[in-house]
Design a protein around this ligand. Sequence first.
Ligand SMILES: O=C(O)CCC(=O)C(=O)O
Ligand SMILES: [Fe+2]
Length: 170
Amino acid sequence: MARALGMQAEDMHVLFEEDGTQMMRLNYYPPCPQPELVMGICPHSDPNGLTILLQVNDIEGLQIKKDGAWIPIPCIPDAFVVNIGDILEIVTNGIYKSIEHRAMVNEDKERISIATFFSPKLDGDLGPAPSLLTPQTPAQFRRIGVADYFKGFFPRKLVGKSYIHTLRID
Ligand SMILES: O=C(O)CCC(=O)C(=O)O
Ligand SMILES: [Fe+2]
């Protein structure tokens, strides 16, 4: 990814290579007789760098927002879904965009997904990669300590891409 963007590899290594953090979430969505009234997970972008997601039992439910419309992501057996999170949007200075997504529930079947989230180590800081910044492409996000970044995220409600907007330089 760093090579594709013309980024110095070091700017990516400091984020994920040593002592990065990995979190895992197991999502269980019970069946719901009125699925149109319920949201499994509200629209959000993941706050971390990269997400790898397994739709475990082949029940559809994940949707991504593309050009303002919700697009269902089909289940491909044993395939992972890889999502860009907010930290990669910040590090790539907005070149890669984190994806807004949500999960719906099924009328008569339970749904299970496992998400693994990769993030930088908590005692570092994050911001746009220095090697991507030029006078023509100035920083779009302010720098912040990784621990403070997550402290700011976790008390919030999941509302689309609202958190990353708080770090934007106008
Ligand atoms: O269940 C899914 O497909 C999505 C889960 C998700 O977005 C998350 O755990 O952050
Ligand atoms: Fe998510």
